[in-house]
Ligand binder design. Structure first.
Ligand code: 7RM
Length: 635
């Protein structure tokens, strides 16, 4: 098992060790894992290319580190507790033995379908145990999983499948979320129609809805499972072989498929999980994230299972059947560590204390947050009413690109401060730069957050576009990884994340590119052009404000256009990307060189209707007053 730090002086000591001798430090952690062949070298790196290799030529399989490594003492322990959407439906507990058997069985299904090491497998599924089985089965045989969040539209799914070149899609008939069912198979069908690469779909029966199955392409999960046994040997992987691809939005262009590799990701997620959450044997850990996002990958599945933890997965939503659902789950399974997003906390806080008061939350030891900045009010509510003033809150800052937690308290060890992610994890060297790229030394400074030394969990490339990887993360500031976040280091040396400094917005913890939403809106036949900006939203953190210029105002009227713009975004990206406000305008504020002055639009979206600063470069200043008049009407 990876070492667990238990005191503040222990943290300082280990951090200093990781700083003075990073390779020696990570080699010690790596040695606690099960390797088929030891690596030749701990680290080779060059941020210019960029090329990062951890544990070169080491051989291993991540599922052997989850299963075989724990089997003798943990086989009968619960690995996964699954809580269904409907609390009246029977929950499921899978022991490590049972999960292992299912993973081997399903990996035999994939082998029988001709899947080979390095093949890409797309997964589009609801939050059911078979999703975990599918991803681990891929890892078992060296196939690269690419999970797409089941809230994405068919077009987004199709784009991701095509970009990864996946030849199999693992999906389900449908999914349950609150009172709704989602037509997962129908969306999958539309996506498969749009891309040629998928040869086969494996379909899990979840809702029992009547769905069409295309002969020769679609196969039922349960039928294929009956044809195979549950024994096999893991494929031996190189430390740097890709484990998975996960798409995430950036400030420009289409979503990027970040590639994470085997050994570094394994070591980093296991080590951060155990230390940040201070997970102890016998604890029950509950992460409310969907596996379709990086938090679900790293801290619902890989980190916990590599640590021999009992991890709870929840199919439903926090507000159904009522706003007490999370707390009911905590009470029912005696959850010890609970990890969620600030947006969930804010929305439950707004619904009042009556949903919390009648629950027994005494089992809780640690609370966590992730995905967006947490405001002080939500922090205090979480701390006082959920943690009853006795549970440390770990405000964990990290990204899809970083693979695991980068800046965070270690629970109960690093003293917390509301809305601060506090101090860097072992091995992480943060740096603050000013806009010119000069390092800002000392405390009480504010600037852009960069990282100056590699860590094992970092993404290695963008699938099929290494140049974009270099350009996006390693070219803004030479020899540094640029995070895209603004940060403040206060007088105590504590870090507070201020949010994105680029055109990425964070809505309810969902990361989106404004350009991506604009491109979707522009698909609307009556739309000429559009500009999207974020604005502060009390529950979601940020809301989406779309300024839309139309070619024709006669059809359907403004209300009609507004509605169909929302439907367009729904169709192209998914319901979570729908703008909160759509303002139909005659023109956008542009400079003489044609650049949209987003600064002005951001101010208007925030409700500031004058004092726009220097507007002398505007082509047509009249446009601004027209937008202001319109904005006043819809605010
Ligand atoms: C894990 C995840 C990454 C972006 C990141 C930040 C924001 C994440 C925090 C946070 C303030 C936090 N991956 N972010 N965690 N901001 N405090 N604790 O969310 O790739 O989807 O998003 O999320 O802006 O760059 S992500």
């Amino acid at each position: 098992m990876v070492p667990k730090i238990s005191t503040l002086s222990g943290y300082i000591f280990e951090y200093q060790k990781s700083f003075a001798n990073p390779t020696g430090f990570w080699a010690n952690i790596a040695d606690t894992f099960f390797w088929r062949k030891k690596y030749d070298q701990v680290l080779e790196w060059d941020f210019k290319k960029p090329e990062i290799k951890w544990f070169a030529n080491g051989k291993l399989n991540i599922t052997e580190n989850i299963f075989e490594r724990h089997m003798f003492h943990r086989g009968d322990q619960t690995a996964i507790i699954w809580e269904p959407n409907d609390p009246k439906e029977q929950f499921v507990k899978l022991t490590y033995n049972e999960l292992f058997s299912k993973v081997k069985q399903f990996s035999n299904v994939l082998l029988k379908q001709g899947v080979q090491k390095g093949d890409r497998i797309a997964i589009y599924m609801p939050m059911v145990p078979e999703l975990v089985i599918a991803m681990l089965a891929c890892a078992r045989i060296g196939a690269i999983h690419s999970i797409v969040f089941a809230g994405f539209s068919s077009q987004s799914l199709g784009d991701r499948i095509a970009d990864a070149g996946a030849k199999i899609l693992i999906t389900a008939d449908g999914g349950f979320r609150g009172t709704k069912t989602t037509p997962i198979k129908q969306i999958s069908d539309e996506a498969m129609d749009q891309c040629q690469c998928v040869e086969k779909a494996i379909v899990l029966k979840r809702t029992g809805d009547d769905i069409p199955m295309k002969a020769g392409r679609d196969y039922w999960w349960h039928e294929l499972m009956q044809e195979v046994n549950d024994t096999n040997e893991a494929e031996i992987m190189d430390a740097e072989d890709p484990l998975f691809i996960l798409y995430t939005s950036g400030s420009t262009g289409k979503p990027k498929g970040l590639v994470h590799t085997t050994a570094g990701y394994m070591i980093y997620t296991a080590y951060t999980f155990r230390n940040v959450f201070q997970y102890g044997d016998g604890d029950t850990y509950f992460c409310s994230a969907d596996i379709g996002w990086i938090t679900g990958h790293s801290y619902l599945v890989y980190g916990p299972l590599l640590s021999g933890a009992t991890t709870l997965m929840f199919e439903g939503i926090p507000t159904w059947p009522d706003a007490g659902r999370f707390w009911e789950i905590v009470d029912k399974y005696k959850v010890n560590q609970f990890y969620t997003a600030p947006t969930a906390i804010r929305s439950l806080m707004a619904l009042g204390m009556e949903w919390v008061e009648n629950k027994n939350l005494a089992s809780l030891k640690v609370l966590g947050t992730v995905g967006e900045p947490i405001n002080e009010e939500a922090w205090h509510w979480y701390h006082d009413h959920i943690g009853k003033n006795r549970c440390p809150i770990v405000d964990t800052w990290w990204q899809t690109e970083t693979g695991g937690i980068m800046i965070s308290p270690l629970a109960g060890i690093i003293p917390t401060k509301p809305s601060y992610a506090t101090l860097p994890f072992m091995g992480i060297q943060p740096l603050i730069v000013d806009p010119e790229g000069k390092e800002m030394h000392g405390n009480s400074v504010e600037g852009n957050l960069c990282i100056k030394f590699p860590w094992p969990g970092m993404a290695r490339t963008i699938w099929g576009d290494h140049e974009r990887f270099r350009q996006t993360y390693f070219s803004t500031y030479p020899d540094l990884y640029f995070t895209g976040d603004g940060v403040k280091r206060d007088e105590d040396g504590y870090y507070r994340i201020l949010g994105r400094v680029d055109d990425v917005i964070n809505v309810s913890g969902h990361r989106m590119g404004t350009a991506e939403i604009e491109n979707a809106i522009n698909e609307h036949p009556l739309v000429n052009e559009s500009a999207v900006v974020g604005f502060p939203h009390p529950i979601k953190g940020q809301g989406i404000y779309a300024f839309v210029v139309c070619t024709d105002y006669s059809t359907g009227g403004e209300e009609g256009i507004r509605h169909s713009v929302l439907m367009t975004v729904n169709k192209i990206i998914g319901p979570f990307a729908r703008p909160d406000k759509v303002l139909i305008v005659k023109g956008l504020p542009k400079t003489r060189s044609g650049k949209i002055m987003r600064r002005i639009l951001r101010k208007i979206a925030e409700g500031q209707m004058d004092n726009f600063g220097d507007t002398t470069t505007l082509l047509d200043p009249e446009v601004v007053s027209e937008i202001v008049e319109g904005a006043k009407k819809i605010s």
